[in-house]
Structures are given as structure tokens and as C-alpha cells.
Design a binder for this molecule. Structure first.
Ligand code: OOG
Ligand code: NI
Length: 452
């Protein structure tokens, strides 16, 4: 890349900072949450035994780490949004079909994919596309389609900058700043609905989410989530700070070795809006959320997780708070909770480093094939790779708790990934392949060093 261009990593960091500042202004509880999470993280780090403090890269990214979410209305919006994210070094990873859970969208997560970019700033945006074809009422579906076709969620200047980026292969410092400002406009809240009250209400009645996507000028960012190192403590401290979290924490139970992703959310705002014709109304779109991230699981580990989670419904149904966590922990007893076992059984992904001894012995002797044998010889050690993605069942739970209980009937299942990718214009990255590559690459690096 030419030296006069700003790196995508830096543009992403400028953007996530600008977004965080905007969201803090728009949703005051977000500021409260950041402070609470910051305090809890500092406490956790202070108490950790020296050997368990995450490495420097992990620590540096924790302060800036956020994920957000938007919901788009048309394939064209998704295709352009892909380019906007590409400028910031964010690429579509994974496919999430929420229709099964009664939410008429499918989604991907835009995020950095390589290790260096993730360490720089792992900013991610869960990006859903509305599936209008799931509205049964044909005239209403057509009306929604017309309303969406008439809007442009991108500023004219952003479109020009994208064209420049395509032509030049990057953005200058000044262009990058302008790009961040213009892109932010797409994520901003607009209190003027583009439709009149009866239209809003008809769409709202079919599904609240449809009204949220169709009736506004743009896909307002609907939450921005900081990463906590102790979600149980954060959840427990939320009420003292005037925040009421949902009754259960989504995802796996609390464990010695955290896996995947645990999340909880709260309703943040009831917004006053103005319908076309200046009639007043209200809308709930924006919410708050916290997350705690653990080890990425291999397909085998993930299968076991999905199986245990689905079986757990029988015993956790209706429970909340600590009782829910205990029943969930019981349901997950079969899932090993020891790093060595998780690694040996091929349930989680690990990154390998040379030990002191490994560094001293570099270049001497023949090497065994297996990573496990190198570990046994004391030449390398392994540490878990953090899960960088989302979980469909958890996401559905987050959607539902913030949309209220209405309109959560099931939609027919089907394979819609191809349609999503056609809209996107590219195929999504396979998250497992990305973790596998990071793991293998770290092992190859150790091997090269040991071989001298
Ligand atoms: C996205 C909900 C999914 C998560 O963290 O799983 C999500 C939305 O409500 O638009 O953000
Ligand atoms: Ni979220």
C-alpha cells in the first residue's frame, strides 16, 4: 500500500472512536456502562495471579473493544455497506439466520480477520438484512419495498469517497477523516420517521423490527457493547447504576475456562419520534449490552455446545438470575472445564508460543510432529484463542428481549445463505477456518524458530 494512504486499521479506530462519542451523546446510559465496565475490568486485572494476566495485545485492545449492530433494508444497502466496512479493514465473517427464532432477518458480522488487525482494534458490527419476503401481506410488503427503495442511507459525499477509494486503492489522511464523518451519518439516529403513523403501526404490527428498519432514514446503530472481564459482577452491579438488565445471561454458563461469548442487554431508551405530518409518537430502538468473551471452539466443541445448550432448555426454562446460571452450569457438566483437556480433546482453538526452554534450545535436535509432544518436552506452550464472533441463539435472545415479546412466531426454515451472499456480493468468511489458520500459523512459527 502506498505510504500516503492511511491504513484501514487506523481508519477503523478513528471510526469506532467517533461512533462511541456519538453514542455516548445519544444514549446517556452507554456512558454509565462504560464507566462500570472499566472499573470492573481494572478490579479483575488487579486480582489476577501474575501468570493469568492476558498478554499486552489483549490488554491494549480491551479499552477500545466494542461491537455494534445495524439492520439494513435492501440488498443494495448491504452491498454498499460491505465496501464502507472494507475501507476500515472489516470483512463479513459467518452467516446467521435468525428466521428460525422468529426474527425476519439474516446477518453477518463485519470484523477484522487477521491477527495483527484484531490486536489493533477488533471493532465489529453485527449487520442484519431484513427479509421482506417473510411479510405475508402482499400490499404491505410492496409498500415497504417502495419506502425502502426511495431512501438513500449513504450521503452523496460518502459515495464519492468510496469511488475515490476504489480508484486510488486507499484514502489520504484528509479523505479518511472526511470518510469517518460521512460514514457516521449513516449510523446516526433520526427522530423523524419517513412514514405516517398508520403506516408505522401496520408495519409494527407485523413485526416491531420491520417498523424499525423501514420507517427511518437510516439504520441507526442500535447498541454499542463494551467487553467486560466479569459479566456476572457487571450484571450484579448494573441496578446500583440505574440499569435494569434482562433476566438471564445468554450463552454458556460461568466457568473456570470461559468459552465463546456471554451477553446480557437492557432496554435503553424510549425515543420520541415525529411521523410524517409532524404527529408525535415513540419508538424503542436503542439498547445497551455487555459481553464477556472466552475461547473459540472447534467445530467439535461448537457441536457439543449447541447440543448442551439446546438440551439445557428443559431445565433452565422460566428460571432467571443465579438459579438460571446454576441450572445451566449443571446442564454443561459434560463440557470439560480444563484448558489441557479442552486442547487435547480438540474442543478449543489454541495459539502456540515458545517457552523459555524452547528459546534456549532453538535450532538443536529433531522435532516431534505433534504440538502435544512439543508441549510435553517443554518447548512450547498454548493459550486459548479468543472468540471474535457471535452466537445465533444468543443474538435471537438479545433481539427478542429488546423488541418485546410481540411478533416472535417462527418463520419457515430454509437455506438462505446463498441469497444473502448474492446481496452482499461476496461469500462470507468461515470463522472456523480463520481460527484454524491463526492456530496453525502460530505452530508453524514456533517450529521454524525451533528448527533454527
Ligand atoms: C442485533 C442483535 C445481535 C449480539 O450481540 O448478538 C447482537 C440487533 O438487535 O440488531 O448484537
Ligand atoms: Ni450485540
Amino acid at each position: 500500500m502506498s505510504a500516503e494512504f492511511v491504513s484501514p486499521d487506523r481508519i477503523r479506530t478513528r471510526f469506532s472512536r467517533a461512533m462511541s462519542n456519538m453514542y455516548r451523546q445519544e444514549v446517556p446510559q452507554y456512558g454509565t456502562l462504560l464507566q462500570l465496565v472499566g472499573e470492573i475490568n481494572a478490579g479483575v486485572l488487579a486480582e489476577r495471579p501474575a501468570g493469568q494476566v492476558p498478554d499486552e495485545g489483549e490488554l491494549a485492545r480491551l479499552d477500545v473493544e466494542r461491537h455494534g449492530a445495524i439492520r439494513l433494508g435492501t440488498p443494495e444497502e448491504l452491498a454498499t455497506m460491505r465496501e464502507v466496512f472494507a475501507v476500515m479493514g472489516m470483512f463479513p465473517v459467518g452467516y446467521y439466520d435468525l428466521a428460525e427464532a422468529g426474527v425476519p432477518v439474516h446477518a453477518t458480522a463485519f470484523r477484522p480477520v487477521d491477527e495483527a488487525a484484531l490486536a489493533h482494534n477488533p471493532f465489529r458490527v453485527f449487520t442484519s438484512l431484513l427479509r421482506l419476503e417473510l411479510i405475508d401481506d402482499e400490499p404491505l410488503r410492496e409498500q415497504a419495498r417502495r419506502i425502502l427503495a426511495a431512501r438513500d442511507i449513504f450521503t452523496p459525499r460518502l459515495r464519492e469517497l468510496l469511488a475515490e477509494w476504489r480508484r486510488q486503492g486507499g484514502l489520504s489522511d484528509r479523505q479518511a477523516d472526511e470518510f469517518v464523518m460521512e460514514a457516521l451519518e449513516t449510523f446516526r439516529w433520526h427522530s423523524h420517521a419517513t412514514v405516517d403513523r398508520p403506516t408505522y403501526e401496520r408495519l409494527h404490527e407485523v413485526h416491531r423490527l420491520i417498523a424499525d428498519v423501514v420507517c427511518f432514514r437510516g439504520p441507526h446503530i442500535n447498541h454499542l457493547t463494551p467487553r467486560t472481564l466479569d459479566i456476572d459482577a457487571t450484571q450484579a452491579a448494573m441496578p446500583e447504576h440505574g440499569i435494569t438488565p434482562k433476566a438471564t445471561i445468554e450463552g454458556p454458563p460461568r466457568r473456570e475456562c470461559p468459552i465463546l461469548l456471554r451477553q446480557t442487554s437492557f432496554r435503553a431508551l424510549e425515543e420520541s419520534i415525529l411521523f410524517a405530518g409532524e404527529e408525535e409518537g415513540s419508538h424503542t430502538a436503542r439498547f445497551g449490552e455487555i459481553e464477556q468473551r472466552g475461547m473459540a471452539l472447534t467445530p467439535r466443541g461448537r457441536e457439543l455446545y449447541d447440543q448442551l445448550l439446546s438440551a439445557s432448555k428443559a431445565t433452565t426454562g422460566g428460571l432467571s438470575g443465579e438459579a438460571h446460571q446454576q441450572a445451566l452450569a449443571e446442564a454443561f457438566r459434560e463440557f470439560p472445564d480444563d484448558e489441557t483437556v479442552l486442547r487435547r480433546e480438540g474442543l478449543g482453538y489454541f495459539r502456540y508460543h515458545l517457552t523459555e526452554q524452547g528459546r534456549r534450545q532453538a535450532g538443536t535436535g529433531t522435532l516431534p510432529e505433534e504440538a502435544e509432544a512439543l508441549i510435553e518436552r517443554g518447548l512450547i506452550e498454548a493459550s486459548p484463542i479468543i472468540y471474535e464472533d457471535f452466537l445465533p441463539v444468543s443474538a435471537a435472545g438479545i433481539f427478542q428481549s429488546n423488541l418485546g415479546d410481540s411478533g416472535t412466531g417462527k418463520y419457515a426454515q430454509g437455506d438462505n445463505q446463498a441469497a444473502f451472499e448474492a446481496a452482499l456480493g461476496v461469500t462470507v468468511h468461515d470463522p472456523f477456518a480463520l481460527y484454524e489458520a491463526i492456530s496453525q500459523e502460530s505452530l508453524a512459527t514456533c517450529r521454524r524458530a525451533l528448527q533454527g
